[in-house]
Structures are given as C-alpha cells and as structure tokens.
Design a protein. Structure first.
Length: 331
C-alpha cells in the first residue's frame, strides 16, 4: 500500500480505535485464560481451553484488520503501530504507542523506536490549512442545512444566563450560534473560525442579523482561541467540537471566567459518518459519546462542573438526526 499523510494516518487511527480497544481487552482475557490452563493455574470465570482458543482466533482477526489498513503492527504488548509516511523527503514511520492520546511521534525507518521524535509543530498547521480548505468548500451551501440552527438555538436556550459581558463562539461557521447568542443581550460576541469562506458568509448575513454590530468576526485557530485567560463569560461551540478535540475543552476552561458557562454539541458515536476527506481531520483524542452519561463524562473529565446533557432528535424526510447538547460551568 502507499504512504500515509499525517492527517490520513490520524484518521485511520481514529477509525481503528474500537478495534484497538477490543484487542487490548482480549489480550488481557487471553493472558488470564492461559495462566489458568497452566499446571497449578488459578481458575478464572472467563472459561477454559475453548474460550482461550476463541480469544486467540479473535486476536488474530483484529491484528489482521490493523494490517489491512496499510499500518504495521510492530508490538503486541504494549501495542505499537507504525504508519509508513514521508516527512521532508525522508521515509519515516508515524508511530503510535498504546497510551498515546493521539498520533504525534515519528522515527526514521532506519533508526527504529530508539529514534522516535515528536512531530514538528508545523504538521499541525498543515492539518489546519487542510481543514480550512474543506470548510471553505462547503461554506456557500452550509446554511441550507437547517439542523445547524436548531442545535444553536438549543445551546443558547440552555445556558440559563442573560447579559454576559463577552461571548466566544468557537468554530462559528456561518455564524448561526453567534447570531442566536444575541438573544442573551451580550456586551459583545467574538466569533472565530479557521475558514475564511465561512467567515465571509457570516459577515454577509450580519447586516440583517446583527444591525447593532455586537459581533466581531475573526479568522483564527480554535485551539488556542484568541481570548485572554478568563476573558469570556460564555463559550459556544455548535456542531464542531468533534473536529477540534479534547484540547478545545481545556482551552475553554482557560478562556472562561470562574462561573462562566459553556454550551457545545456532539454527535452520537454510532451516527457520525463523515466523508473520507473530513474523517482525515478528526482528532483522535476525543471519543465520541453514545449516551448522555458519556457526553457528561467528557465535560467532567475536562474539569467542568454542573454538567447537564440533553439529546436533541430531529426527524427529517429520510432519517432522524441526533446530537447531545451539553451545558457546563467553569468552577
């Protein structure tokens, strides 16, 4: 198979996460079963020889699944996976070790694991440029999907606050959540997005939706956001956190004043089916939730308190679209 780009490898790793999680679980089961089968071994509730054989067969299947992607499974305990790539004209292996939150290491092919280095910061910049281009490509038709507006309304309505001094709308897109936030009567709204095309669409609508010019539009990275520490009372992020990753949650804690509120949405893990191009920019450090409890745990783990989650289901002509709407407080 061919070489991976860094975004492609990160996307493939994200798709492999369920396989790797099962592999780790079965690896432990197989080890416990094997120990029980040795002379004098301790009995286990996992079973005996048939269960050990079944676990081994399943482990073989899972390892084959990893290899079929073009990745190289170099280690079993701990898991070590390499993705063949090229960096600055040099053949390298993008290297993921069990426990790494994301794919952020590499080593030259001839050096092996001992030559492992962190990927340079500019790789993340290139990834952001790719993402900006993808969102530029859908900006003109983004508002045709009215679901985004329903999500934004749910986020704003659930904040339970009025007249915040400053609202930060992260990954604003065409500004749907920023315009909805005007109902809170804020002092100002800063709406940011990496996509110049999205910001241009938002600014074109602003004359009608924001005659008081309370919204400032800015092409900027989401992480870190261009807000000073404790510089916002409210942070909104509609339909975008799954493209930003867990680092965004930590940045919102930094940007919010004590007692500040965050409102964000996340798709259900079972329903998220991005195209191949968009899958390549999905970070690997944020596990999408399947239940309300899963969604709440993401906010609690980041350091938020007073977390509430509601599932928003909207029936369309051909399907039901669902997201979790999360509200949380910075302690």
């Amino acid at each position: 198979m061919g070489l991976f780009t860094v975004p492609e490898a990160r996307a493939e790793l994200a798709r492999l996460r369920p396989v790797l999680d099962e592999l780790v679980r079965l690896r432990a089961d197989a080890a416990e079963l094997a120990a029980s089968l040795r002379p004098g071994g301790r009995e286990t509730s996992l079973g005996g020889m048939p269960e050990w054989k079944a676990a081994q067969a399943r482990l073989d299947d899972l390892m084959t699944t990893v290899q079929r992607t073009g990745a190289e499974l170099k280690g079993f305990a701990p898991l070590l996976i390499d993705f063949p790539a090229e960096l600055d004209g040099v053949d390298v292996l993008l290297c993921w070790l069990e426990g790494d939150p994301e794919l952020c290491w590499y080593h030259r092919v001839d050096l092996g694991f001992a030559g492992r280095r962190r990927l340079p910061d500019r790789v993340a910049v290139v990834n952001e440029e790719i993402a900006a281009g993808l969102f530029d490509g859908i900006a003109a038709h983004y508002d045709e999907d009215t679901f985004h507006g329903l999500v934004a309304d749910a986020l704003v309505d659930g904040l339970g606050c009025t007249a915040p001094e400053r609202v930060l709308d992260v990954a604003t897109g065409t500004g749907v959540a920023a315009f909805a936030a005007l109902r809170l009567k804020p002092g100002e709204v800063l709406a940011i997005d990496i996509s110049p095309g999205m910001i241009a669409q938002a600014e074109a609508k602003a004359a009608a939706h924001d005659p008081g010019k309370r919204i400032t539009w800015q092409v900027a990275s989401a992480v870190p956001s261009p807000v000073e520490d404790e510089g916002a009372d409210v942070v909104l992020c509609a339909s975008s956190l799954h493209f930003l990753g867990a680092a965004a949650l930590r940045d919102w804690l930094r940007a919010l004043r004590p007692g500040g509120r965050a409102g964000f949405s996340l798709p259900l893990a079972s329903a998220f089916r991005p195209s191949e191009a968009f899958a390549a920019i999905v970070p690997a450090d944020l596990k999408l939730p399947e239940t309300e409890d899963d969604a709440a745990e993401l906010a609690f783990e980041a350091g938020f308190t007073e977390v509430t989650v509601k599932r928003l289901d909207v029936e369309t002509e051909d399907r039901v679209r669902s997201v979790f709407v999360v509200h949380a407080t910075r302690p």
